[in-house]
Write a protein that binds this ligand. Structure first.
Ligand SMILES: NC(=O)c1ccc[n+]([C@@H]2O[C@H](COP(=O)([O-])OP(=O)(O)OC[C@H]3O[C@@H](n4cnc5c(N)ncnc54)[C@H](OP(=O)(O)O)[C@@H]3O)[C@@H](O)[C@H]2O)c1
Length: 260
């Protein structure tokens, strides 16, 4: 049987890199998408022949369309798309420049939008495929000083929910997977993310990118609309559904406060 094909954005680091490696170990071919050539090549070397590197800024819609054309003609249509590209400092709105705000929407939101857009006609024509969006609890209960970050995660959640409406009755599935704190380079490359972490997050164990990869691969096999991991993230989500005022209060009171 031919290998299945996955396309993973954010594959040069953290959750995306671990997912790409995990998929390759399970015999998938994987297209690795991110901007840093060197980091992508390092991940691709670890994977071996199953890896195909596509170095681009996924927030650039035309670059994504061109990439999709190359993938389609050389490898085929992905069976799985994992939208793991994402960045964004944790800041208050008065600290966030218009350029930073635009970049934060660039990935995850526009990156996910463009990749799904580029392959959607193919997926619908084949009537199969799984799309996994890597999300955050910030898409339900934002914490203080997360304006640009949370806005982009709400947009990603909105994209997913709207796709579910469009894809009902088809063989194409959109899945939103939200993780608690993950040990990744995110906290080194994005300003204030450690210093402004709400205290409540410490209640949940920090998980590894490999655990995230396992959850994503499981979701690819058995698609579900919303997945939360670890269990404490599920508890937070359930609490937010029943008593949103409570989770908002927890985030607010355990979050960052500027020194006045
Ligand atoms: N870490 C956590 O605790 C955690 C928890 C829940 C959710 N998440 C979410 O998961 C996503 C990934 O986080 P992570 O922890 O894996 O972070 P990470 O280790 O910093 O990885 C982010 C990845 O996104 C890529 N990327 C960023 N902007 C891009 C763009 N415009 N085009 C293409 N690729 C781009 C980066 O590669 P290049 O820089 O090479 O482009 C990198 O491969 C983020 O959206 C984050 O909010 C993270």
């Amino acid at each position: 049987m031919p290998r299945k094909l996955a396309l993973v954005t954010g594959a040069s680091s953290g959750i995306g890199a671990a997912t790409a490696e995990r998929l390759a170990r399970e015999d998938w071919s994987v297209v690795l998408v991110a901007r840093s050539r060197e980091k992508l090549d390092t991940v691709a070397r670890r994977i071996g022949a199953a890896a195909h590197v596509e170095c681009l800024d996924a927030s650039d819609g035309n670059a994504v369309i061109a990439m999709a054309a190359r993938v389609r003609s050389t490898l085929g249509i992905p069976d799985l798309i994992v939208n793991a590209a994402g960045a964004g400092a944790w800041k208050r709105i008065e600290e966030t420049s218009p350029t930073e705000a635009r970049a934060m929407m660039g990935a995850p939101y526009f990156a996910a939008f463009h990749v799904v857009h580029a392959f959607m006609r193919d997926l619908l024509a084949r009537n199969s495929g799984v799309i996994v969006h890597v999300g955050s609890p910030g898409a339900w209960a934002p914490w203080p000083s997360s304006v640009g970050y949370a806005g982009a995660r709400w947009a990603l959640r909105g994209l997913h929910e709207a796709l579910c409406a469009d894809l009902a009755g088809t063989g194409v599935h959109s899945c939103h997977v939200l993780f608690g704190k993950v040990e990744s380079a995110y906290f080194d490359t994005n300003e204030n993310t450690s210093a402004r972490m709400p205290g409540i997050v410490r209640l949940a164990r920090t998980i590894t990118p490999d655990e995230c990869a396992e959850v994503i691969v499981r979701t690819a096999r058995r698609p579900r609309r919303t997945v939360a991991y670890p269990p404490m993230a599920r508890v937070l989500l359930a609490a937010h559904t029943v008593a949103p005022w409570f989770t908002r209060w927890m985030m607010r009171t355990s979050g960052y406060r500027p020194v006045s």
